[in-house]
Design a protein around this ligand. Structure first.
Ligand SMILES: Nc1nc2c(c(=O)[nH]1)N[C@H]1C(S)=C(S)[C@@H](COP(=O)(O)OP(=O)(O)OC[C@H]3O[C@@H](n4cnc5c(=O)[nH]c(N)nc54)[C@H](O)[C@@H]3O)O[C@H]1N2
Ligand SMILES: Nc1nc2c(c(=O)[nH]1)N[C@H]1C(S)=C(S)[C@@H](COP(=O)(O)OP(=O)(O)OC[C@H]3O[C@@H](n4cnc5c(=O)[nH]c(N)nc54)[C@H](O)[C@@H]3O)O[C@H]1N2
Ligand SMILES: [Mo]
Length: 769
């Protein structure tokens, strides 16, 4: 598997043996600047990225330090920036000669690469084209249509990029209109965290800040691909590793970013080519094997503690007594688990887990970092809670250098939840909202993203308004959702770039283009800033830097205000126009609604490093039902109950992101760190599985979901790539593999689609062979 292989006309595979970062990042950035025709403005704009007086990156949500580096951005953040400030435009002329039937044949990359949308467009059924429409006319018709619909039949989706200001307004608009149907990308992502952590430790978000990285003794790292998904965190990991902090990683794939890193911004490191080792112990756990692995570690800790005796305990008994609830039950369950079962489920040996436990037992302050590898499973909530149990066993919450660190996805996905984007009415301060804005928050729970799809399929949802996102690509079960989407009465796409969701339109369909965050936002009172919350619960202000893609582009707050005025004119006392004229008024309203978190919002907005939201668990105040931190015992070691490990023909498909994509935005067809170039239609397999299924590397296969619900789910034309991945697990790319993911295969409590373990069968594709 070590050499360069050409597997088809477009697919080339060559293992990437360099560290992450380094010259590869610099070359990749240069290509992005050239592709999007931003040779001059690009580098200048990049200097303002993630700076207190600049703009907050539109890529991931990783924390922004108070004393930023000269270049406080990564290769992928730079790609996201150049993608947004591209000089290419999708104007009415672009659509004039392209019926949608033709555009539907374009792939995700080419649709977005066409450039920035500049004009509001309405689908014309007679010509099957999008045609230009005036803004006023668009708002009037959308308002009329929404008024004619039952509020509960309308879904208001948000992709996690919209600012705190826009999101707050959007939530109020939907509730004034009459529904809590406010799903967001978090429903496919860290909703598992939002359900797990409140039950365990009484907070909905992680407890770690950047400061903890400089104080920690040890990092446990589960299921997150830092080199691609949040590369700026590599700086913190590099510094920790250099201090000798052990980093223990659990991931089925050996991700390069978790192995080695060269800081592309450090001239010395670049010239000397001296990488820093990141992970000290790499455990290639089977997909869905984390609960078992963690229980194994807990079992070793119990044994070590017994051996050490009361004079030198391994378990923090004082903490457990004073601060926790549920220990006895958990300890008994751990003792009951058999090693054979732990090894079988995790795919790891007892020796390996003993090694991990030994490192843990010797560390004073440990951080637990995790991503989609834990959240996107049927029992992801249990896995996260079991990981929290491990932290609690040694009092690793509520002191410096320790804590829980979920790595959030979209740049403001965490903040959207904080300011009321949620389908759960109990999560918003209803009395305040009535008193301040004259809105009666509907009592009925709204839909999650998965529930919205179910209701689109059964016809009870009639309209979808999207504030960003590309839902027909990002959700499960494409072949069921797409045809249902076409039966919707109304689809409204508030977007910066064209995507497939805008093409798969309803009876009436609009594209409403908007400003991106990197662009200067001028309103009546002058230039406006917006704000967001990062993965560590810090709020940051952000100023647009470049001229808008078109003089005609309204901001997201302006579009939301116009929709609200058109669809729910009498249902609130909100002075929508005054808010849009000066966003500091929106921030005042946020502060009045959520004073604990946002008091003096405007005054604190520019604090370097952001201002932190208060989190009880950081001070060991536990806002849970028991008033303590809870040990919650998992029901099972299996994180995916639909799995049938006894059937050896069924393998578990992990759907992954490449280094050349941001969710459904496909920048290019390369996954540099995994050494895959030219095609996304691949399936990564262990050589023994390739043999077992009588295939060869380069064979073309079809994957078929192993489900007994009578629905045929297949994706063909995938080329087999021999890869270092546990036997029985295979991997392919999201969103290409989403037709395989059944809508019902989701986290049981949180409803996060279980995208990291789809049971599939593999068969050789005879046609293409
Ligand atoms: N460049 C780039 N950056 C991004 C994004 C992007 O698409 N591109 N998306 C953004 C968004 S919205 C999000 S949510 C984040 C996502 O960022 P991540 O959390 O990194 O998500 P994924 O890339 O889907 O994969 C997660 C990792 O989990 C591993 N994994 C799979 N199954 C298991 C398992 O059962 N156990 C364990 N321990 N590991 C497992 C995979 O091998 C992979 O390394 O990134 C954000 N940042
Ligand atoms: N199989 C599988 N499925 C998954 C996942 C997985 O790992 N595996 N991951 C899931 C996760 S974690 C997530 S977060 C979802 C993401 O799913 P979505 O929320 O659908 O997100 P994106 O693909 O990021 O949305 C891209 C679109 O957003 C628009 N956009 C970009 N910037 C802006 C802006 O500033 N304003 C507005 N209004 N629009 C903008 C662009 O037009 C672009 O086409 O996918 C989920 N789906
Ligand atoms: Mo996400």
């Amino acid at each position: 598997m070590s050499t360069k292989r050409k597997l088809s006309a477009d697919l080339e595979v060559e293992p990437y043996e360099h560290p992450s970062g380094g010259w590869g990042s610099v070359r990749s950035l240069a290509r992005s600047l050239a592709r999007d025709h931003v040779p001059f403005t690009g580098p200048r704009v990049l200097l303002r990225q993630n700076k207190p007086d600049g703009f907050m990156c539109v890529s991931c949500a990783w924390a922004k330090p108070a004393d930023p580096r000269v270049f406080e951005f990564c290769e992928n953040g730079a790609k996201a920036t150049t993608w947004e400030i591209t000089h290419k435009r999708v104007t009415p002329e672009f659509f004039a000669d392209k019926p949608l039937a033709e555009l539907e044949a374009w792939d995700d990359h080419h649709l977005e690469a066409a450039g920035r949308l500049t004009h509001p467009m309405r689908w014309d059924a007679a010509r099957d084209k999008y045609v230009p429409v005036g803004w006023e006319e668009a708002f009037r018709e959308i308002g009329r249509e929404l008024k004619a619909l039952q509020p509960d039949s309308v879904v208001f989706y948000t992709s996690g990029r919209a600012s705190l200001e826009a999101s707050f307004m959007y939530g109020l608009f939907a509730r004034a209109y009459g529904t809590n149907n406010l799903p967001d990308s978090s429903n496919m992502c860290h909703e598992t965290t939002s359900v797990a952590l409140p039950e365990s430790i009484g907070v909905p978000v992680g407890t770690c800040t950047l400061d903890d990285f400089s104080k920690t003794d040890c990092i446990f790292f589960f299921g997150q691909n830092v080199g691609t998904s949040s590369p700026r965190m590599l700086h913190e990991l590099q510094e920790a590793s250099r201090r000798g902090v052990p980093i223990v990683t659990f991931n089925p794939l050996r991700e390069r970013g978790l192995e080695e890193f060269v800081n592309p911004q450090a001239p010395g490191e670049m010239l000397m080519g001296s990488p820093t080792r990141i992970t000290s112990q790499y455990h290639q756990v089977k997909t869905g094997g984390d609960t078992a692995a963690i229980i194994g570690i807990a079992k070793v800790l119990l044994a070590l503690d017994e051996k050490a005796g009361p004079s030198d305990p391994v378990i923090d008994w004082n903490f457990i007594r004073e601060h926790t609830h549920g220990w006895d039950e958990f300890a008994a369950a751990v003792k009951d688990c058999e090693w054979v079962e732990i090894e079988r489920r995790s795919g790891l040996t007892r020796n390996a887990l003993e090694a991990a436990a030994t490192v843990y037992a010797h560390a004073k302050s440990v951080m637990f970092i995790y991503g989609m590898g834990l959240t996107q499973h049927e029992r992801g909530v249990e896995t996260v809670q079991t990981m929290v149990n491990l932290a609690l066993m040694r009092g690793n919450i509520g002191r410096p250098g320790a804590g829980i660190c979920p790595v959030r996805g979209h740049s403001n996905v965490q903040g959207q939840r904080t300011v009321g984007i949620t389908e759960k009415p109990d999560m918003v301060p209803k009395d305040k909202i009535r008193e301040l804005f004259g809105i009666n928050v509907p009592a009925q729970k709204g839909t999650t993203t998965v529930e919205a799809c179910e209701k689109i399929i059964d016809g009870s949802v009639r309209a979808v308004v999207l504030l960003g996102g590309n839902l027909v690509r990002s959700v499960p079960d494409h072949r069921r959702v797409e045809p249902a989407w076409r039966r919707l009465r109304l689809t409204v796409n508030i977007l910066t770039k064209l995507n497939r969701t805008a093409l798969v339109h309803g009876e009436i369909s609009y594209i409403l283009p908007c400003l991106g965050r990197i662009e200067i936002d001028e309103q009546e009172s002058g230039r406006q800033a917006v704000s967001m919350e990062d993965s560590t619960g810090c709020m940051h202000g952000s100023w647009g830097q470049v001229r808008p893609a078109s003089s005609d582009l309204p901001s997201e707050p302006r579009i939301i205000a116009e929709l609200a005025k058109a669809a729910a004119p009498t249902r609130s006392t909100i002075p929508w126009d005054a808010w849009v004229a000066d966003y500091s008024r929106i921030r005042d309203a946020i502060a009045a609604t959520y004073p604990d978190i946002f008091h003096d919002f405007n005054a604190r907005l520019w604090k370097p490093g952001g201002f932190h939201r208060p989190l009880g668990a950081r001070e060991r105040r536990w806002n849970t039902k028991t008033g303590k931190a809870n040990f919650i015992t998992p029901d099972s070691l299996a994180t995916d109950i639909d799995m049938r490990p006894e059937d050896r023909d069924i393998v578990q498909l992990i759907t992954l992101r490449s280094n050349g994509q941001f969710n459904t935005t496909i920048y290019n067809y390369d996954d540099r760190f995994r050494g895959i170039h030219g095609s996304r239609y691949v399936v990564l397999m262990h050589p023994n599985d390739i043999d077992r299924f009588a295939l060869k590397e380069g064979s073309v296969v079809t994957l078929a979901t192993a489900a007994n619900d009578g629905v045929k789910r297949e994706v063909g034309g995938l080329r087999v790539v021999a890869y270092n991945i546990p036997e029985g697990c295979i991997a392919g790319y999201y969103p290409e593999c989403n037709p395989l993911l059944p809508l019902w295969h989701h986290e049981k409590k949180a409803k996060t689609p279980a995208a990291k373990s789809i049971p599939v069968r593999v068969r050789a594709d005879v046609r293409a062979a």
